[in-house]
Write a protein that binds this ligand. Structure first.
Ligand SMILES: Nc1ncnc2c1ncn2[C@@H]1O[C@H](COP(=O)(O)OP(=O)(O)O)[C@@H](O)[C@H]1O
Ligand SMILES: [Mg+2]
Length: 259
């Protein structure tokens, strides 16, 4: 386990919500766009509560077998290997299913009995039911489906979780985060936040995802290591957002006026 506390700037009531959900054995769903601190928050809470954290990045191929476990052939024998979810259930770890809506539907089915009062996992290949350790906690993230390409989460699944919304923090907090994460000075961090805010408000561009705190932190790191400021913003903020050459040119012009 990592022995240094992850840096996380508390934005609202998320720590209180997490602690109470944890005390009451309620799973949490973190909603919000990419790069808004969801993963960092989970790392921070696991550290604060001294729990092991197992993170699974879900994608289209992620199946319940990947999470629960499988038989493998070893020499002349077949042996059973617990998957990460089974391990977490037995050991009392936190499991974080990042982008849960991307996973195959059987993953959602597999976690159902863990999300209610039963708190148990059914391992179909063994015909066994495992009761969750009292410290076990289920966490998941979900990127709400207002953009193209992101899958939805069924209401019947969503309603099994306490849900916490994440978004771009206000300017003062975001500036502090950037300074802390990169080491650049406050005035440059403010300029980056202004750029972020400006682009976030340009909804007419129709970007699938807009400037996240992560992109601003990345730009700040490049600046801090000595790359010219405008170039840093071009490559860390503008280019990752879109491939539309006209939009890129317009955004670069806009950013160059601001830093
Ligand atoms: N509240 C916050 N406290 C500290 N760092 C943050 C915060 N929000 C965003 N960040 C920064 O943004 C980056 C992306 O955050 P991350 O947790 O990976 O986002 P998500 O999981 O929502 O995609 C982090 O690496 C960190 O630098
Ligand atoms: Mg994440």
């Amino acid at each position: 386990m990592n022995n240094q506390a992850p840096y996380y700037h508390i934005v609202g009531k998320e720590v209180d919500v997490f602690e109470h959900a944890n005390k009451n054995n309620l799973p949490i769903l973190l909603k919000g766009p990419t790069g808004t601190g969801k993963s960092r928050f989970i790392e921070y809470m696991a550290f604060q509560l001294n729990k092991k954290l197992i993170t699974i990045s879900c994608h289209e191929e992620t199946s319940s077998t990947d999470l629960i476990g499988r038989y493998i052939i070893k020499g002349a024998e077949t042996i059973w290997l617990d998957g990460p979810l089974t391990k977490a259930v037995k050991e009392g770890a936190f499991i974080y299913l990042d982008e849960i809506a991307e996973a195959r539907p059987d993953v959602i089915v597999a976690i159902h009995s863990l999300t209610d009062h039963r708190r148990e996992l059914y391992i179909d290949k063994l015909g066994e039911t495992v009761k969750a350790h009292e410290d076990f906690m289920l966490l998941a993230s979900f990127n709400p489906g207002y953009q193209r390409g992101f899958k939805e989460l069924k209401p019947s699944t969503r309603q099994r979780f306490v849900a916490l919304s994440f978004n771009y923090p206000d300017a003062k907090i975001e500036t502090e985060i950037i300074v802390n994460e990169s080491g650049i000075d406050n005035s440059d961090a403010k300029k980056l936040v202004n750029i972020g805010t400006k682009i976030r408000n340009l909804t007419e561009l129709g970007l699938t995802e807009t400037v996240s705190t992560r992109l601003l932190v990345d730009a700040a790191k490049l600046i801090h290591s000595g790359l010219p400021k405008r170039l840093s913003v071009d490559v860390a903020v503008v280019e990752p957002l879109t491939d539309d050459l006209e939009v890129i040119a317009a955004l670069k012009d806009l950013c160059h006026l601001m830093i």
